[in-house]
Every structure is written in C-alpha cells, then in structure tokens.
Design a protein around this ligand. Structure first.
Ligand SMILES: NC(=O)c1ccc[n+]([C@@H]2O[C@H](COP(=O)([O-])OP(=O)(O)OC[C@H]3O[C@@H](n4cnc5c(N)ncnc54)[C@H](O)[C@@H]3O)[C@@H](O)[C@H]2O)c1
Length: 454
C-alpha cells in the first residue's frame, strides 16, 4: 500500500501553480488594487439573513473591501436589514423594497441570498435593471421559474454566477483532477450517500426549508450541491431520474409538538430541543425581529406543516451512460458522505466525515484501487474556513481574480445551476408520480454527453 500525504503547504503551493496558476497571473497586490470609493465595484445584496451577513457581507468587505463596496442592502424584514448593516459594517442605505434599492443605488452586481423560492424574482429583476447577478444555490426551485430566468438572461445578456462553493474544497478538486486524468479508466457508475446528522439535518426542519414552496425540498435546496458535483465530476449531463422518498421521522411522526423551542412545554423530554438564546448573533438577527414577519428560527421539528422528505434515494442516468445511485438521510448520528466512482480500470472512493461523535482526523482520505492492483491512499489536509476552505477559494475567484482560467472549471454559471436543480426537481416529481422523469420533459436545454467548457 502506498501513502502519498500532501501537506497543506504543498497543496497551497500546488494550487497556486496548477489550479490557480493562471489565477496568479491576474493577481495584483491588494495595496495596488485599492480603489477610491467612486471606482470600487458597486454591490447590492437582497436577503440579509445568516448567509448574507457573514460570507457575502462581513467576510466580503474584510477581504475585498478595497475594491468592492455595498451601495444597498435589502430585506423584507426591516429589523433584520438594520442589524445586517451594523454587523457587516457597510456604509450604505437599507431598503425593504428591492426595486427602490436598485433604482436609487444603481449597483453593478446584485448578490441574491433570499429564501430559495424567491431567488428568481431578484435574479430576473436585477438583469432587467442591467446588473450582473451572484446568486446563492439553488438557482431556483422549479422548472417554470428556471425557464423565466433563462428567458430573462437571453434578453438581458447579463452574467449569472451560481455559488457552488463545495466544488472548491481541496479534496473534491483532487477527485476532479484524477477523473480528468482518467486514473480509473472510463467511469461507469457512482455510489453516493450523503448523511446529515441529528443537529444539522434537524435544523432544516426547524426553518423555512421545511416547506416545499420555500426550498423545493432538500432534493433541491441541499442536493443541488451534490448533483452539481456529479455533473461537474462526470463532465456530462443527466438524462433520466427516478426517485424515492418519504417523511418518516420529523414532522407529524411524533407524539408531541409545539410552535418553537423557546416557549416549548416539552423541552425536558425532547431530544431536539435547541436553545437559541445562547447564540447572541442569532438572537439579534432573528428573535429580535420576529415582530415584523413572525418567523421563528427555532421552529419545532415536529410541526405538522412539514411537507418535505426526510429520506431520499435517487437513480440518475447520464448522457454518457454513467449511472448513479444517490441517497440523502437527514437524521444520522454523524455528518458527511461516502462516494465511490467505479471505472473500467479501478475505483476511487472517499469517506468524508464533517462531524462525528468520535475524534476527527485533520485530513480527508481518498482511496484509489487499481483493478488487479494495489490501493493508494491520498490524505488531503482539511481546508481552512467555511465549507472545507471552499468559500474562500470561490470568493477569491469571483472578487479578486475574475476571468482567469481554472483548469478544473470550478466557476459555475446559469447552465450548471440549471442542470443541478433539474435533477432535484425531476426526483421530486418522480417521487410524487412514482415514475421516472426525463430531464427533457422539464427543460429545452439539450443534454450533452460531454459538457466540456461551459
Ligand atoms: N452555499 C452554501 O453553502 C449556503 C449555505 C447557507 C445558505 N445558503 C443559501 O443562502 C440563501 C439564504 O439562506 P440563509 O441560511 O441565510 O437563510 P435566512 O433565513 O437566514 O435568510 C434569508 C433572508 O431572506 C429574506 N427574504 C425572504 N424573502 C424575501 C423577499 N421576498 N425579499 C427580500 N428578502 C427576503 C429573509 O427575511 C431572510 O432575512 C439560501 O438561498 C440558501 O440556500 C447557501
């Protein structure tokens, strides 16, 4: 057995030469990059919740504030947007009406971080006002909204970036590299299982994500990342999807329930009781602003209105004939995933644990086994920062080094955003109807056997 251990320093050095080798070409020292306020890129944000204020707000200004500025922040909740301005440290007006914000502040780029089911409204309006768009995943939640985004983009000709931060984590990039090199021959099938644990998984059932109309079910909200990996890793488009799913754990499947955790009379006996009062930031962002919209961040996981699935299995056939078996479980004792690529010359597999009740390693391991041969174990240091280091690398690509060529093609646009949600939408429809769904029933986008450069 061969161990090739890659240290963080080696990885960073390799990525600056290989992955971001081209990135370095377009890079200027920050001091030279600093611009006067009038020359800075003008950003606006709609949806100042937790994702908005942290990564797209405070982190963005801290890292790229010399070249970018916020000219407007918007949220339907006036208390939340006021807190957001202070938390982000932005020197700009706040709005509860998106059109007014765009008209008055004239941004160049709009960052969309609202509830998933509303993304399309702001993506379309932004482009109609002549702005480029950076949207959080999922691009949108159903095929009609997708069609309207595609039509609007054709008319406006503006750029849409879909922020698939997960692509950028070092070990996923390493898998992409091995697949591109044909390390296991031609890939024929993939086994992919994702486990959300009783903390993170349960949290989706507390929040707006519990409703189909808001998040499109976790097959869209969450699995959009996983389906995007598959499309990107396999470099092909999905053609046929067959899904199974049910709600058998959360929601109506419990003897007791309440509205939300803070006033709950069942605190002592509920294993899912969560005390958000211990988190000052969440109290400031959500609890103090419940008076405006009635939204409770610590909603009961046993609410009877929950209409999404908590166990899901999906079979996908790709245009290049690869077949995938995928599953998503939302009440596991540990958090992470297992993936295996079966190829004509061997197998690549990885077990990634993001949280577990036993001590964590400081590396992620990838096993490559040659048919009739040996196994090689590759240990990748865990990336620093959010989403295994993916957030920082993606932000650098968007704000520091736009337009530079990435050999791994990690930057994602409209087509990538569309193809990933279409798998989730098809799976949802398949679960509802009991029949397989062809992607071509949902979109005019033609499936490519090899996606190639987007
Ligand atoms: N890529 C990732 O890893 C990642 C991680 C977390 C969240 N996200 C995405 O970020 C987005 C925001 O998620 P979040 O966790 O911050 O949720 P959140 O509930 O904290 O924030 C959503 C915000 O949108 C606002 N909003 C809802 N409808 C609106 C409307 N019509 N007009 C204006 N504002 C509106 C809400 O008031 C809220 O402040 C989602 O699309 C989510 O999928 C991505």
């Amino acid at each position: 057995m061969k161990f090739s251990r890659i240290t963080r320093r080696e990885f960073v050095s390799t990525t600056s030469r290989v992955v971001a080798g081209s990135v370095a070409l377009g890079m200027m020292p920050d001091a030279l990059n600093a611009l006067s306020p009038s020359l800075k890129k003008r950003l606006a944000m709609v949806g100042t919740g937790i994702r908005g204020i942290r990564m797209w707000g405070r982190d963005l200004l801290e890292a790229y504030g010399e070249t970018h500025e916020f000219v407007g922040l918007c949220d339907i909740n006036p208390g939340r947007v006021a807190f957001a301005k202070q938390y982000i440290g932005a020197d700009c007006p706040t709005f509860t009406d998106f059109d007014t914000m765009i008209r008055k502040t004239k941004p160049e780029r709009v960052i969309v971080t609202t509830v998933d089911g509303t993304h399309h409204t702001f993506i379309i309006k932004s482009m109609q006002h002549g702005c480029d768009v950076i949207t959080e995943k999922p691009l949108t939640t159903d095929e009609m909204k997708l069609r309207s985004i595609i039509d609007a983009q054709k008319k406006a000709g503006k750029d849409i970036t879909v922020t698939f931060n997960y692509r950028y984590s070092p070990h996923r990039t390493r898998i992409k590299q091995m697949l591109m090199e044909g390390r296991i021959g031609r890939v024929t099938s993939v086994d992919f299982n994702w486990y959300l644990d009783v903390y993170h998984g349960a949290d989706y059932f507390r929040r707006w994500h519990r409703l189909r109309e808001s998040g499109g079910t976790l097959l869209v909200h969450k699995s959009t990342h996983h389906f995007d990996f598959l499309n990107w890793w396999l470099d092909s488009d999905p053609e046929i999807v067959h899904g199974f799913g049910a709600l058998e754990f959360y929601g109506k499947n419990n003897a007791f329930r309440h509205t939300h955790c803070r006033p709950c009379p069942h605190k002592a006996k509920c294993q899912f009781y969560w005390d958000m009062t211990k988190d000052e930031r969440l109290m400031n962002l959500y609890a103090k602003n419940e008076q405006y919209d009635g939204y409770t961040r610590d909603g009961c996981v046993w609410k009877e209105d929950i209409d999404i699935f908590d166990k899901m299995a999906v079979q996908i056939r790709y245009a290049n004939n690869v077949q995938v078996s995928y599953s998503l479980t939302t009440y596991s004792p540990y958090e992470g995933y297992r993936i295996a690529f079966n190829g004509t010359k061997g197998r690549i597999e990885a077990w990634i644990h993001e949280r577990q009740p036993w001590p964590m390693n400081d590396y992620h391991e990838i096993q490559v086994t040659d048919n009739f041969g040996k196994a090689e174990y590759i240990r990748m240091p865990q990336g620093g920062g959010g989403h295994d280091g993916g957030d920082v690398l993606m932000m650098d690509t968007i704000f520091r080094n736009p337009g530079t060529r990435d050999p791994y093609g990690r930057a994602a646009g409209l087509r990538d955003g569309a193809m990933s949600i279409l798998i989730g939408i098809a799976a949802r429809k398949s679960i509802d109807s009991g029949k397989p769904v062809a992607i071509s029933e949902l979109t005019d986008i033609e499936a490519r056997e090899v996606r190639g450069e987007m």
